[in-house]
Design a protein around this ligand. Sequence first.
Ligand code: NCD
Length: 310
Amino acid sequence: MAQAGTTSDLRHFDHVLSADQFDRRSVDAVLDLAGALVDVRDQRLTSRIAATLFYEPSTRTRLSFESAMLRRGGSVLSTADAGAASSAVKGETLEDTIRIVSAYADTIVLRHPEVGAARRAAAVATVPIINAGDGAGEHPTQALLDLFCMRRDHGHIDGLNIVVCGDLRNGRTVHSLVRLLANYPAVHLTLVAPEAVQLDADITRVAERAGVRVERTDTLDMALPRADVVYQTRVQKERFDSADAYEAARRIRIDLETMRRVSANATVMHPLPRVDEISPDVDADPRAAYFRQAAGGVAVRMALLEMVLR
Ligand code: NCD
C-alpha cells in the first residue's frame, strides 16, 4: 500500500471558498501533495467525518470527495439532493442547516445554486467549508484538479498556451481556473465564446494584472493550431433565460475535424459532464485528457481535505 508524502509545505486554510485564496506556493503545495497521494490508501483521516451537502446535481465532485475521505480511513455523511431531501424543503435557511451540520462533521463540502453560498456558510460554520460550486460563481477544487492534470500532462503550467471555450459567462470552473492562472504570468489565455457568453472582464483583470496575456475571440480558428491545452466547457443550460444566448453558446464544438487542427502535443480538457460539445469519437485520441483529468480529482481532494482537517 502506498504511503502519503510530506505535508510540511501545505498551508492550512480554514475554508476553501475561492481560487483567490491560492497563491503560487499554496497551489504548488496542493499539487505536490496530490501527486504524492495518487493511489494512496491509509488511515490518516480515521475518526474524521466529512459531510457532503449538495443542493445541485453532481457525480464527480461529490463522489471524488467521498472517495478521497474513505481512501484515507475517514467517514462521510452524504446528502446528494439537499434541496429536495433536507430540511430546506421545510423552509430551513442554509445558515441554520450549516450550524447543525457543523456539529455532526469535521468539514462540510457544499454545492449550492446561489453565488456566494459558500461564503454565507463559512460565516456561520464552526468547521471548514469547502466550496464545491456556488451557482455561476466559483468551483476552486475543480480548477486545482485542472492544473494538476495540465502539470502532469505537460510537465509545467508556466508558458502554456491555453484556449478556454464554451459557456465562459456561466461556467464556474472557468471562473476559478482563470483566477488560479494569475499565479502563472507567462500563460497565454485565449477565451473563445460568442459575445453573449464571454467571460466578464472582472474575472480576467487579476490575471491580466499579473502578466497573463488574455485574448477574446468567438471562433476556434486562429486559436487552435497554437494551443497547448484546449479546455472545453458545457453550456450551462440551467443558468440561461435567453434561448438565443443558449443557442449561440452551443456553436463551439470539438470533433474529429477540429482535432486535425490541434497540435500533436496538445491536450483537450473538459471539467465534465460533456453533453455534445465534444464528439465521443474524440475520446480515443490520446490528446483527449478529460477522463484522466477527472480521475486526478480524488488525489487533489485528498490533499485539500488534509489541508483543512490537519
Ligand atoms: C462542473 C460544475 O458542476 O460546475 N462539473 C464538475 O464539477 N466537474 C461543470 C459543469 O457542470 O458543466
